[in-house]
Design a protein around this ligand. Structure first.
Ligand code: V55
Ligand code: FE
Length: 486
């Protein structure tokens, strides 16, 4: 195992904590679970410079009931995890490159067999899925967190891949989703699906992308879906040469494909603009002939572990992400769009959320983390291991363009924020901000809960784990009436 001993050393164990330590008071009525999916290296990677997106999947859950909290964490037992465990070492190579895996597990023609299922969680028809954009959903038992296996929705979901960011239509309860590289490694097929609240596939639309790129997140409105194609490129030659799946092409234009939800493939319209990184989105809406997308958008290559095609060095200042609004005019004849930067002074972490009751509709608040340099940092207790600190959640008012914030503490760095409405019929903005934080001073993980109407007052409750929990990529809150967590 690794000799690393800092906060980022692999956390290669499973955990159960009954009745966690709580500071403050868990709000009344907050009953359900915060379910997180992320990754860690069960076995050290073949290449030191590999992407953390290649870490073995790990699912964890803070189960909250009547003010008490239990924590559970389990590896996601994909075929790849089991093969590594059986061999006792890492058999796989660079991120999404089966040519770089050991031949007996490579499966170049079945790349989904190499998935680590490490990105996000979503629920359909009461079933819980761990998601990774290179494979089908991996079903997880919501009570034990044991891995059940891949799901193809009774054979009706035909794409080999499934996004980590499906969207639930708040009116119909349908799950809208897609897979890209849908028919195999570097294929230009992107297939869009609708799965109803009972788990039946009710729609499939097969489209082609302008070039093969990472289509990590997307957006829906009540009438359209929007697919960003941006910056990252790949091809069979680069994979055969043993390289990591993506490289950033500074000359690649950004495309947004807008498809009517009830349209055919021929109805997709591609808009084109300058080189940008659109990894995650906040929300989108259709207003007459206009489609409006709001998202944190990077000026250049978002991730240091995916190299520039031209060999240039990754530079944090060049790749900052800002909250932007993109307006498409479906009534126009040209393929351009308008891009506005709403908070040009606040570079943000690209892990944004909205109140999901407003998915696809006009909404006011966007939530995401950022580092507030005016807040104190206890560098002596934090140490030097933490390169980047994210000390605040921002509540961004997209109408007034004002911002309020929550500060996590002088030794803390926040992971992704989630918003939980105070009740099913609470106004937009009235609820809780929740998420996990790394406490570098005490080398442990905490779950923080803050009141979204009074973020400046700090946490109302902190759930203190007695160890560093495996970092999440994405987490979601589910109420007891959505999923049975036991
Ligand atoms: C992302 C994360 C992934 C991935 C591709 O955050 C894109 C973006 C955790 O895995 O495989
Ligand atoms: Fe994501």
């Amino acid at each position: 195992m690794s000799q690393q001993t800092d906060y980022f050393a692999p956390m290669a164990f499973e955990a159960d904590v009954a009745d966690c330590q709580v500071e403050g008071t868990i709000p009344d009525g907050l009953n359900g679970a915060f379910v997180r999916v992320g990754g860690d290296w069960a076995f050290p990677p073949k290449h030191k410079d590999d992407s953390i997106f290649n870490q073995d999947g790990y699912v964890s859950r803070f189960r909250i009931k009547n003010g008490r909290v239990d924590y559970k964490g389990r590896w996601i037992q994909t075929e790849r995890y089991k093969n590594n465990r059986a061999a006792g070492r890492q058999l796989y190579g660079y991120y999404r490159n089966p040519f770089d895996a050991e031949p007996e597990v490579a499966h170049v023609d079945q790349p989904w067999r190499n998935t680590v299922a490490n990105t996000a969680v979503e629920v359909n028809a009461g079933r819980v899925f761990a998601l990774k954009e290179d494979a089908l959903p991996t079903e997880i038992n919501p009570i034990t967190l044991e891995t059940k296996g891949a799901c193809d929705f009774g054979g009706k979901y035909k794409s080999q891949t499934f996004t980590a960011h499906p969207k639930i239509d708040p009116v119909t309860g349908e799950l809208l989703t897609f897979g890209y590289e849908a028919t195999g490694l570097v294929s230009d097929d992107l297939w869009f699906y609708v799965i109803d609240r009972n788990g039946n596939v009710t729609r499939e639309t097969r489209i082609k992308v302008p070039y093969v790129s990472m289509v990590h997140d997307w957006a829906i409105t009540d009438k359209h879906v929007i697919f960003p194609v941006f910056g990252y490129v790949t091809d069979m030659d680069r994979l055969k040469a043993g390289k990591i799946h993506w490289a950033w092409d500074r000359n690649a234009p950004t495309y947004y494909g807008i498809l009517p939800r009830d349209g055919d493939a021929k109805d997709i319209r591609w808009f084109k603009g300058p080189n940008r990184g659109i990894v995650h989105t906040f929300n989108a809406r259709t207003e007459g002939d206009k489609v409006i997308l709001e998202a944190p958008i990077f000026d250049s290559n978002p991730f240091p572990f995916f190299p520039y095609l031209d060999g240039s060095k990754w530079n944090a200042a060049e790749s900052r992400s800002f909250i932007r609004r993109i307006t498409f005019d479906l009534g126009s004849k040209d393929d351009g769009y308008v891009e506005d930067t709403l908070f040009p002074d606040v570079p943000v972490v690209d892990l944004g959320r909205v109140d999901e009751r407003f998915m696809g509709k006009d909404n006011r608040y966007a939530y995401t983390s950022f580092n507030d340099p005016t807040k104190p940092l206890d560098r002596d207790r934090v140490g030097t291991g933490a390169r980047r600190i994210t000390n605040s959640y921002g509540i961004f008012d997209m109408k007034d363009q004002t911002m309020r914030s929550f500060f996590a503490g002088t030794t803390h760095s926040l992971q992704e924020v989630s918003f939980v409405p105070r009740s099913a019929d609470a106004e937009e903005g009235d609820g809780w901000l929740i998420g996990t934080a790394s406490n570098y001073a005490n080398m442990n993980t905490e779950m923080v809960i803050a009141d979204a109407t009074r973020p400046e007052e700090g946490t109302v409750a902190r759930i203190i784990l007695p160890f560093r929990a495996s970092a999440q990529v994405h987490g979601r809150w589910y109420n007891d009436d959505q999923v049975d967590f036991g």
